[in-house]
Design a protein around this ligand. Structure first.
Ligand code: XIL
Length: 311
């Protein structure tokens, strides 16, 4: 499997995937997570809508189950995610005054991180805060608090679990341009203000044949001095899937895996799912298919060999 001594030998990087009770209920998923992955990210169970659906009322049933699976099997956990405009309950979006939103962010961050204190390797503290033009995304957090919402979240996060690595996470950081420039500039401002931040996550939801920029951009992110991680890797294939495209996908996964192995600050890779049968791509990008390492029937794809041969 992928989780083997080779991964440890190459600079102790981890190779992870996602889980939650809905996928852990499939025995194939559990078997593969145990044989091939050293880290787990809860796919949905730690998001705001899942954990604090109404103000001050927290639900942890699903997150607890995922954390228990990971810790019982000795896997690292990436906590995902604390402050995000999406999967955000409407009671949060409706807040319009700074003091209320500040205390709501602090309470949410502190409650989640305290519950799993000491069990989480890294937390995605803020997620997808820039648009593709490099401007702050139009969210309740930015609209009410400006950039300071980032400081508020990271400062609360460090206080809640000082051992957890604190990440900013985003997508479309796979090529040069305004978005990665804005993110790097923000990291510089955070550091100059003394805001605690440890890492940058690049989601890497990639498209077949368009992975050539990943290595260079990982190095751009690493040049901030922070850790970097590939946090949500998948490589989706434009329909229809052919054997030639599946072979290209093997090459692409090999390229991306080598990109992380080649950047000393890259701590690991998380693939956003096990089987093509359970990928978010089916509903989100209906003209694409088959983005992962195992097919709909839990058979290893060429993409698996692409990763394995890079390790
Ligand atoms: C996705 C999940 O995979 C889906 O099950 C859910 O319906 C929507 O969110 N960026 C992120 C992830 O940071 O949390 C998203 O996960 C995929 C895009």
């Amino acid at each position: 499997g992928l989780l083997n001594p080779k991964m440890v030998a190459k600079g102790k990087k981890y190779f992870g995937s996602i889980a939650d009770p809905n996928t852990l209920s499939n025995s194939n998923v559990q078997t593969i997570l145990k044989s091939d992955f050293g880290a787990i990210t809860p796919e949905n169970s730690m998001k705001w809508d899942a954990t604090e659906p109404s103000k001050g009322s927290f639900t942890f049933t699903n997150a607890d189950q995922t954390v228990a699976f990971a810790t019982n099997n000795g896997r690292l956990i990436r906590g995902h995610t604390l402050v995000w405009h999406s999967q955000l309950p409407s009671w949060v979006s409706a807040i319009s005054d700074k003091d209320t939103l500040t205390s709501v962010i602090k309470n949410h961050v502190t409650t989640l991180m305290s519950r799993y204190k000491g069990k989480i390797y890294a937390w995605d503290v803020v997620n997808e805060i820039f648009d593709d033009s490099g401007n702050f995304r139009n969210s309740v957090f930015y609209n009410v608090l400006g950039e300071s919402f980032v400081d508020i979240a990271f400062i609360a996060a460090r206080a809640a679990d000082p051992a957890a690595k604190l990440y900013i996470n985003d997508y479309n950081l796979d090529g040069p341009g305004a978005k990665i420039n804005s993110l790097v500039a923000l990291v510089g401002r955070l550091k100059s203000r003394g805001v605690p931040i440890d890492g940058i996550g690049t989601q890497a939801h990639l498209i077949l044949g368009q992975v050539g920029g990943v290595a260079a951009q990982l190095q751009v992110l690493a040049n901030t001095g922070l850790d970097v991680a590939i946090t949500e890797l998948d490589i989706r294939i434009p329909k229809d899937v052919t054997s030639a495209k599946l072979a290209q996908q093997q090459t692409d996964y090999n390229t991306v895996t080598k990109a992380c192995l080649g950047v000393s600050k890259c701590v690991g890779i998380t693939v956003w799912g096990v089987s093509d049968a359970n990928s978010w791509v089916d509903s989100t990008f209906p003209t694409y298919d088959s983005p992962l390492l195992w097919d709909d029937y839990f058979n290893r794809k060429l993409a698996y060999t692409g990763v394995d041969s890079a390790l």
